[in-house]
Design a protein around this ligand. Structure first.
Ligand SMILES: Cc1cc2nc3c(=O)[nH]c(=O)nc-3n(C[C@H](O)[C@H](O)[C@H](O)COP(=O)(O)OP(=O)(O)OC[C@H]3O[C@@H](n4cnc5c(N)ncnc54)[C@H](O)[C@@H]3O)c2cc1C
Ligand code: FES
Length: 251
């Protein structure tokens, strides 16, 4: 992990309320899929904003972000040439065992972005099925990337793109049809992850979830991001996670 002074080369809208910002670095960077960066947007926003690393191409790193509050609004207005401090790569990321050949990606909301990094890491090496839920057609993004998966099922809350259902329901439908993965990797809102954990337990599936707690330091020092584990212990989402075995974390 390092504090990079990164230069914005592109910052553009990719879907309704969602932007992608690409930074150029002065040196190479090695990132695992599912790791994140903690971006300083400067000014009065002392706390950095944690955003998943979506794509690394050479010395360029891309993050996709939903405009939510002051920090992301400020980031959206930043132009090419702006230099920001970005702490990265942070967190553990997703790991897939050698013997796990069939991966199911289940994502919703801003959880789709770290899953793009998984797809990019394992594309051509594993059999990948992606079940991705969006709010509506206007929110659909990442189709070029997910389209490279062996199976890509996009669904929406209102049925304006794909079937009207959520990502977990789409995954369950595939399970019923006999498409059983060796491992499930997921990211999305907590209720979605909770529902998925239930399905994984019922079906006896190995399942890993990436959590999106509010964060402070992002490096394990402030304990803002602590979550509960099923054995009664606590874990720091930024340092011990953000990826946890679903069976070991309280959702
Ligand atoms: C490991 C990790 C990876 C993430 N990856 C992405 C990503 O790839 N793309 C993306 O768009 N967002 C991602 N997020 C969420 C992102 O960090 C927040 O949306 C962002 O910090 C909001 O900043 P803001 O200043 O715009 O909003 P704020 O003014 O700080 O908050 C606006 C609203 O967003 C809520 N909020 C703030 N932080 C979070 C959070 N961490 N989780 C849920 N709700 C939050 C607040 O409660 C408030 O309602 C990630 C979070 C984590 C912890
Ligand atoms: S954000 Fe400070 S310990 Fe996790």
């Amino acid at each position: 992990m390092k504090d990079y002074l990164a230069t914005i080369v592109k910052n553009e809208k990719i879907a309704e309320n969602i932007h992608a910002v690409t930074f150029a670095l002065d040196e190479d960077i090695k990132v695992r899929c599912g790791q994140f960066g903690n971006i300083s947007v400067g000014g009065v926003h002392l706390l950095r904003r944690p955003i998943a690393i979506c794509k690394v191409e050479g010395r360029e790193v891309t993050f996709c972000y939903q405009i939510k509050g002051d920090g992301t609004k400020k980031l959206k207005d930043m132009e090419a040439g702006t230099r920001l401090s970005v702490l990265m790569p942070l967190g553990n990321g997703f790991f897939v065992e050698e013997e796990e050949q069939k991966i199911a990606l289940v994502g919703g909301g801003v959880g789709v972005f770290p899953l793009i990094s998984v797809l990019r890491e394992y594309y051509g090496k594993k059999h990948i099925s992606a079940y991705i839920g969006y709010r509506n057609k206007a929110a659909v993004c990442g189709v070029d990337e997910f389209g490279k998966a062996d199976t890509f099922i996009a669904v929406t809350d209102d049925g304006s793109y794909g079937e009207k259902m959520n990502a977990v329901q789409a995954f369950e439908k595939a399970l019923l049809a006999g498409n059983r993965p060796d491992v499930v990797l997921a990211c999305g809102p907590t209720p979605m992850l909770r529902a998925l954990k239930g399905v994984a337990e019922r079906e006896n599936l190995s399942c890993y979830v990436s959590l999106e707690e509010r964060m402070g330091c992002g490096i394990g020092a402030c304990l803002v991001c602590v979550c509960d584990l099923t054995d009664g212990k606590k874990a720091r989402v930024c340092k011990d996670g953000p990826v946890f075995n679903a069976s070991e974390v309280v959702l």
